[in-house]
Design a protein around this ligand. Sequence first.
Ligand SMILES: Cc1c2[nH]c(c1CCC(=O)O)Cc1[nH]c(c(CCC(=O)O)c1C)Cc1[nH]c(c(CCC(=O)O)c1C)Cc1[nH]c(c(C)c1CCC(=O)O)C2
Length: 348
Amino acid sequence: MGTAAGPAADSALVRAARGLPVDRTPVWFMRQAGRSLPEYRALRAGTAMLQACQDPDLVTEITLQPVRRHGVDAAILFSDIVLPLVVAGMDIEIKPGVGPVVASPVRSVADVDALPPLEPDRLEFLATSVRRLVAELGSTPLIGFAGAPFTLATYLIEGGPSKEHARTKAFMYAEPEAWRRLLERLAVSAATFLQVQVDAGASAVQLFDSWAGVLSATDYASRVLPHSRAVFDALGDRDVPKVHFGVGTGELLPLIGDAGADVVGVDWRVPLDEAARRVGPGYSLQGNLDPAVLLADRETVDREVRRVVEQGRAARGHVFNLGHGVLPDTDPGVLTHVVELVHELSAR
Ligand SMILES: Cc1c2[nH]c(c1CCC(=O)O)Cc1[nH]c(c(CCC(=O)O)c1C)Cc1[nH]c(c(CCC(=O)O)c1C)Cc1[nH]c(c(C)c1CCC(=O)O)C2
């Protein structure tokens, strides 16, 4: 426990996250491990997503694939935000092209109270995967992650992916006490999941609150943020950089750092220089190339990468990333090119 040690503790990712000078801007991609890579599709064939996430051999290999291929400055653990719920015993499946589907959605106070807790001793596979990865990665940092309480609650209440998140909001307004208990429980399991990863050697953590942007700042501040803060607080003296990210959070940017992040993830809607003003001093930024730009012509890709690198200079520190995950149709060669271009443009 305690401070991050090992060869990745002084990596560009960790340094940029802390606002320290770097030789060049670190770059990695959300969803870099996954369907844009033919070697991923070959390895995953015949294994269900949530089974693959619990197999240390597959997790290690899939996590390393984008590092080998693209030369990114960080690995992110191959897992999924619903995995802690699955390990706890909930019946959840990831349907290809759809996302997580929950067999018995949470619709009442009784459903909340019946949620199974996550027993830490069921996470041996996770600690094993992280330890192996850290040994293989050497000076390249491994980012551990978990889903934030709100985003997990949306899947549990809606029963699957949703655009409006209307049932989630209705539950939040109609059952404030059950809502609070639900988010408290989800915060505990997210914290357990992160603690295991950091104690096994992860160099940084990212808490994904992907769908928090559907909330008003007022509701976010009073009904969600305290639970995200509880997740980060539970890391105690584990001194690793903490990244917090959601989509469409332009109006929430002044609040998101308050949850306890060192780095605020930004989607493509808000330019990074404006995002730096909104989050205020004391935070680094991560982002924010529109993933769809990678499907455009090379000239557009280069122009947009240049813009993001330049606007990122307004922040205390910048971790180059996409504004959301890699789209499955992305040409992996373009991702490798972006890594090289960011390094070239930012070399000091
Ligand atoms: C909302 C969310 C989920 N999962 C995740 C989030 C938060 C990030 C975000 O906002 O995108 C997090 C996640 N899921 C996955 C990772 C792996 C690490 C990485 O490379 O970033 C991470 C960080 C693997 C995955 N998670 C998933 C896949 C695809 C499944 C497959 O390959 O069969 C992968 C590689 C499945 C998944 N899981 C989820 C969705 C929406 C989907 C896509 C469904 C689909 O379009 O098929 C839920």
